[in-house]
Write a protein of this length. Structure first.
Length: 265
């Protein structure tokens, strides 16, 4: 009587033992794995792949969200910096440091601030379409070059016996600012050849449509503290230029107006 137990089968036992030895040997050599072991490893590999993929996808979206936020912030900062640069007033009260050099682009034989380059080119192209040629006579001037120009003008006045040194300095600075006190150092102050009447009329009429305003008009000498210049135009951007003409404001007045408006927001 077996009492429910499987009768001992010697041949069956030897075959089972042989299969176990072969499976163990195969597992060591890596040729084949027992079903249960292989299944377990496959499950582990799949789980690892899923986890890594999940982390990668999550990391990708997190990085992009962070990057997008950073880019937006950078764009806002860039816009703010450009706005401040366009409306920067440079004079004896608010001079530029000697080492200040804006981002410049070559324009013919001159260098101009990169912020003004595109609209300056558009201005000149539009003039050609209207049968007018716009010529530049001045643009970016470095601190050292401006100081040299000022000293030359000062020497002219000092050579006149009617001028004391103090009077000569005051007179020279009204015509040629000292180094650091000229907006030519910003690369945004452009001198145009206004000898041709047709060209002069076109520039005066169309300048604001391309972001330029006359920097030193005659009726604003008490504000700018510099003598009238019909040839010097300042790039301030189209929107600013249109408002300045509409309000009849100099750059000094308009810059102050913008600050007041921002403080009231």
């Amino acid at each position: 009587m077996s009492y429910g137990l499987t009768p001992y089968d010697k041949k069956r036992y030897r075959d089972s033992k042989r299969r176990r030895r072969q499976a163990a040997k195969a597992e060591k050599t890596g040729r084949i794995l027992p079903f249960s072991t292989a299944k377990r490893r496959i499950v582990i590999v799949i789980a690892v792949v899923i986890i890594v993929a999940g982390l990668s996808v999550g990391g990708y979206f997190a990085y992009n969200a962070f990057a997008d936020k950073g880019d937006t912030k950078s764009a806002q900062q860039l816009e703010q910096e450009q706005s401040e640069e366009l409306l920067c007033v440079v004079n004896t009260a608010t001079p530029l440091p000697a080492d200040y050099v804006p981002k410049l682009k070559s324009y013919g034989n001159f260098k101009v601030n990169s912020l003004a380059e595109n609209n300056l080119q558009n201005f000149c192209d539009r003039a050609k379409e209207m049968g007018v040629e716009i010529k530049l006579v001045s643009a970016y001037v470095s601190f050292d070059e401006q100081e040299k120009l000022y000293n030359e003008k000062l020497s002219e006045f000092l050579s006149n016996p009617d001028y004391t040194e103090v009077r000569a300095q005051a007179a020279a600075q009204k015509l040629v600012p000292k180094g650091g006190c000229s907006e030519a150092q910003t690369g945004l102050l452009i001198g145009f050849d206004m000898t041709d009447e047709k060209t002069s009329a076109f520039i005066e009429r169309e300048c604001i449509n391309f972001g330029f305003v006359q920097r030193y008009p005659k009726d604003k000498e008490d504000v700018t503290k510099l003598s009238e210049s019909k040839t010097l135009y300042r790039y301030v951007g189209i929107e600013n230029a249109e408002k300045m003409r509409s309000f009849n404001m100099s750059l000094e007045e308009y810059s102050e107006y913008v600050v007041i408006q921002k403080n009231q927001e």
